[in-house]
Design a binder for this molecule. Sequence first.
Ligand code: TYD
Length: 386
Amino acid sequence: MPIANAFLTPAQFDREYFYEMATASCPACHTFQIVDQPDPRQMFHEHYAFFTRSSKRMVAHFADYAVWVADQFLKEADPFVVEIGCNDGAMLENFAKRSIRHLGIEPSANVAAEAERHGVRTKVAFFGMQAAREVREGNGPADAIIAANVICHIPDINEIARGVGHLLADRGVFVFEEPYLGAMIEKGSYDQIYDEHVFIFSAHSVHNAFQPHGLELIDVVPQATHGGSMRYVLAKQGAYEPAPAVRQLLAREQELGLNDPATYDAFRERCERSRKALVGLVRSLRAEGKRVVGYAATSKSTTVLNYCGLGPADIEFISDTTPLKQGKFTPGTHIPVRPHEDFSANFPDYAVLFAWNHEAEIMEKETKFMDSGGKWIKFVPEVAVS
Ligand code: TYD
């Protein structure tokens, strides 16, 4: 697999970086993860292509997330909030606006600069013990350390746990949300697996990863974002009484078979069936002379396209609203990425909905495509045309 967000120019085609994307589930600690992790510096740098603000609904979601954290946990005077991987500041901005002391720790300088433009204080760094020490020395302990779709990006989870343990105030909370393993297994959304998602977490794996570092899982809150996510709340051991939802989710994961190897064998077979169905559908439409384009050059689409072996002969182009991706080509499969205007100017017969997690937002704004007779190709939970 190539790096999911490494959109490239033709001059770079012959020196593209590939790695082996094999997944495994640990029978001892129940992490579901990719085995060989590419070097994080290949992914998070000054040309990082993902901007949180590309989805209006996600911006609204992060505003709600910020209010939820502030209302539940920031009751003391002059609280301090740290976000790990603040991207363009879509979440921290909500604290900045309320004049709450905050700091975003973000390794990708280009997105951090965007956060600064929105009044968010940032530090360009990877989060770990060293960053935690520097931040604590400069600002005191954090009352909340928050993150979204980031903790699963970091291969050295023990380093995160040590850093969080060092930076957190005694009654502080560590809150993060990520795509949820239970949702991936239920929906067959294998496209959640790509380089940035080193781990697809469950309550079991989060508990097992952080508990040895004295951090206790005190709450879990399911989220609809990213096709099914989970918000995890941790605190220093014994600081809070864990909510009943934690025990309930742990029990539910046993029922779902998340800790049973047979579940992953069945999942693999489902992925293979999905690939066969998607390739068969797209190629038969192309054989009939239909135009098929992709909608949104998501990170997830890199997994789908490379796993299925779909290229520019199958998919004419992918429409995407991110300027940094436009004019470039998809990693590994080299399908052109074009601005959304190219999609609206000449609607195709079919559009593969790569941003299926933003379906509601997209259906709301693409009524003209559907009125023109355009159809969507979906692949989660099953390959289907609608
Ligand atoms: P998302 O599913 O959040 O991305 P990822 O799989 O990378 O985590 O989708 C973000 C990408 O989708 C981004 O490149 C912008 C694009 N996009 C559109 O082009 N149009 C849209 O309406 C939406 C919601 C996203």
